[in-house]
Design a protein around this ligand. Structure first.
Ligand SMILES: Cc1cc2nc3c(=O)[nH]c(=O)nc-3n(C[C@H](O)[C@H](O)[C@H](O)COP(=O)(O)OP(=O)(O)OC[C@H]3O[C@@H](n4cnc5c(N)ncnc54)[C@H](O)[C@@H]3O)c2cc1C
Length: 403
């Protein structure tokens, strides 16, 4: 930390965190291993209320949007300040967050800052950053996930409105969201990447129907979102007509970087695993030590990659393809932690003995992170093509109109 202003600023930030969150290093809910929570609507609202109260206080204190220009409600600081704040914040018992909070502040708000009109920025930006308004990501469809540009949700212009019909799926947090950042096809006659437009869709508009999807963890953090002739004013179009793919790729790069950053606790960690081995009195067993060592190495690799990506970001670089390595290692780490816990617990993993069942929630949830924000295979494709410079996969749809 060579910038003297940054050192003083970090001391002030630490003091603010301590006065707002209490003692450093006293982490909440140490036994919560769930990657996805199994909550009632009321519990989910309570969880969201706690994190929203903290986010509002953080925003009001000037730590909510550090790198955003001041005219948009940010602090206008270099990315190095955001990296330092993240590191400091991780030392404190921050209320547990959810995917919807990350999508709102880490994906939708930056997209509005980058691509929104002045009116959209003043209407939505501060509200999203302080989480007064929550926004979900309406990208994936039953026929468009990895190949997102194949999406078929239609947007047809009708005077000063657009009429939108289609189906979105796997939408995290949609039941609690006010707004959705939506991709829809405005022109099927051009190549598939060119005919997509983005919108900020209020989820209370007539024709929007959100249905929960029950997951194998028991919870329903995902949803299907059906859009039936939804009339959206043109002033809620995000970016230019046909600019949707550029917006999507920018947002997906933010998502890969955030998923690999490890700044949000997602279920059990290496420390939880070690504590489990000690509690079961097996930490001296050579086979267990070997397993723990291999998870530890993966955790360190993940932390080192996250630091490397954070340093690039602090130096002002846009999200880098290397963020895909962080995302890949992050999801592998979650899965390996779950597998090792299952080995240690044996049959106890499926029984309600002590807190053993908490690990079952981890094991069932962890594979979801191999898919969210781009699957492992897609991250490998990105690493191969954009980090290692290997030849691109053959594309049968190149230069061909969508239909
Ligand atoms: C926890 C979670 C949260 C999510 N939240 C959201 C959300 O809020 N909003 C949203 O829009 N979406 C969300 N998604 C959806 C997510 O983005 C998609 O699941 C993901 O992009 C994969 O798409 P798919 O499920 O259609 O699988 P498919 O694309 O059908 O892939 C099936 C399999 O084929 C492989 N595959 C596909 N193409 C290639 C290729 N070119 N090379 C090699 N292998 C390939 C994939 O890796 C995968 O193993 C979420 C998903 C999860 C699991």
């Amino acid at each position: 930390m060579t910038d003297p202003n940054l050192s003083q600023w970090a001391r002030d930030a630490y003091r603010w965190l301590a006065s707002t969150l209490g003692d450093a290093d006293s982490q909440p809910e140490a036994t919560d291993m769930a990657v996805f929570h199994d909550l009632t609507e009321q519990q989910e609202t309570q969880l969201l209320n706690k994190i929203r109260a903290y986010r509002r206080a953080r925003f009001d204190a000037g730590y909510g949007a550090l790198t955003l220009p001041t005219e948009y409600g940010g602090a206008g600081l270099p990315a190095s300040y955001a990296v330092v704040f993240n590191q400091l914040e991780q030392q404190f018992p921050v209320p547990p967050s959810t995917e919807l909070i990350s999508v709102t502040t880490g994906l939708v708000a930056p997209a509005v800052a980058l691509f929104g009109t002045e009116t959209q920025r003043s209407k939505f930006l501060a509200a999203l950053l302080c989480t007064d308004m929550l926004a979900c990501q309406l990208f994936s469809e039953p026929g468009a996930g990895s190949d997102l540009a194949s999406l078929s949700c239609r947007a047809e212009r009708d005077g000063d409105h657009w009429v939108i019909s289609g189906q979105k799926v796997w939408t995290s947090g949609a039941r609690h969201a006010d707004l959705g950042m939506l991709l829809a096809r405005n022109d099927p006659t051009v190549v598939k990447h060119a005919g997509i437009t983005a919108f900020l869709l209020p989820l209370d508009l007539p024709g929007v129907n959100v249905r929960p999807i029950r997951q194998m963890t028991g919870g329903s953090s995902f949803n299907e979102v059906f859009l039936d002739n939804v009339h959206v004013p043109d002033e809620l179009r995000l970016g230019q007509v046909g600019q949707g793919w550029k917006i999507a790729t920018t947002v997906l790069a933010f998502e890969r970087q955030a998923s690999g950053a490890g700044t949000r606790r997602k279920g059990g960690s290496f420390a939880d695993l070690l504590a489990l081995a000690r509690r079961l009195d097996v930490s001296a067993d050579p086979v267990v030590r070997d397993q723990l060592a291999s998870v530890y190495v993966l955790a360190e690799l993940h932390a080192a990659t996250a630091r490397r990506v954070a340093r690039a970001s602090a130096a002002g670089a846009p999200p880098v393809p290397a963020a895909s390595i962080g995302k890949l290692v992050s999801s592998q780490l979650l899965v390996r932690i779950g597998e090792t816990a299952t080995d240690l617990l044996g049959m106890r993993a499926v029984a309600h003995i002590d807190d053993a069942f908490a690990w079952t929630k981890h094991v069932l949830g962890a594979p979801g992170y191999r898919l969210a924000g781009g699957t492992d295979q897609i991250q490998r494709n990105i690493i191969a093509e954009r980090v290692l410079g290997l030849p691109a996969e053959p594309r049968s749809d190149k230069g061909i109109p969508f239909f």
